[in-house]
Design a protein. Sequence first.
Length: 82
Amino acid sequence: MISITLYTTAGCHLCDLADNLLNEILNHHKLTINPIEIGDNDNLVRLYGTTIPVIKFDDNSELNWPFSQQDIETKIGQLQSS
């Protein structure tokens, strides 16, 4: 099973859109989605404060916003075939 981390923060409408994309993908793929609130960690705010939402995959690759459902599914397909 592929694990995806979603770096997010409260009140971020783009983060809500990313969450909706990931929930739609759950209908087609077996995934574990781990949302991480960056506001609770100063280091994460430094890393992702201007780029959230960010999706991080098992191979440590990341997708920064803007991304589409197709972008996410392409990466999942790459991970499943490796």
